[in-house]
Design a protein. Structure first.
Length: 78
């Protein structure tokens, strides 16, 4: 069951990242900052590919282990 969930996250990300025309169009706009919900890490890969160094991650959840290093939160809560 969990593999279905992972597949539904990975497939759209892979398809988007393969679309070179869209990626080149976005890259030409030279964004200074990118904002994303880190429910999946696809957006972080996208920002890296586009050369966007400043990112803002917004989330309605707290302490998602995978994103803690990216938002400046300590991984050790003690």
């Amino acid at each position: 069951m969990f593999s279905w969930f992972i597949d539904t996250m990975i497939l759209p990300c892979e398809n988007f990242l393969r679309n070179k025309d869209i990626l080149e169009e976005i890259k030409t706009r030279k964004f200074d900052v990118a904002i994303a919900e880190p429910f999946t890490v696809c957006s972080l890969a996208l920002f890296e590919m586009l050369g966007i160094k400043k990112t803002i991650l917004v989330s309605s959840c707290t302490h998602i282990d995978l994103i803690l290093p990216h938002i400046g939160e300590p991984e050790d809560f003690s």
